[in-house]
Design a protein. Sequence first.
Length: 281
Amino acid sequence: MRAGYQGEPGAFSEQAVRTLLPEAEPVPHRTFGSVFEAVVSGDLRYGIVPIENSQAGSINDTYDLLARHHLWIGGEVSVRVDQALLALPGTRLEDVRRVSSHPQALAQSAEFLAALDAEVVPEYDTAGAARRIAEQRLAGEAAVASERAAELYGLEVLARRIQTHGENHTRFVAVAVASATHLAPDKTSLVFRVAQEAIRNVVNHSQATKVITRLRYADGVVTLRVEDNGRGFSSADRSRRREEGHVGLSLLNNAVEASSGRLSLESEPGRGTSLMLTLPC
């Protein structure tokens, strides 16, 4: 089984492939678009692409390609991203005059790079920048990439964990050609009704600044998750709202159970709310 990723060996995307699909052969591609096209053509079983970074936010290119190619998401993994500054052996930090890397990596390391006072140049890939420096023996240039890239290409680590926020994670998804499985019309309607009610609650009550909606199919089960970072609520709050007549999700829960599904809700004051719907096909 072949799984493609954007970048060169040593990229965090390759790490995501090895974590999510350890039995797969990782296949590097230069662009996200190339990964998607190879999946559509059948050259790849899966494409592993980043969809969100905890610091820099959503990866818009991935969302655009998902909409264009109509692929489905068959799995996901969160990878810790510790950026490092790599250069030729013997290079000192004060010798660095130019830094290159993928725009996302540069954005994640912006504060460190501003203090370095070097020219910052975007490149198509983190590990690709490291490989170019090593192959062309570019003195005075450094790459923002993984420490594994330093090992692969014989570079020296000048600084570790240079990302602005220490807890830096990127969420990757596995995209594939849509399966032939179809959800019955009544269950499709139920999924949309639950999503609509959950998002309405977020807009009207949560004061959230971020909402994540995920829909996936695996092993004959459709799973919908709606998560927000809003103010959350306690079980007492929930009981009070039900007494006031806010029973939208409670009524939907009856329909979910009638379809052999399950609707769960977790919330805590100050920690947001997470709703999960599981529904057999």
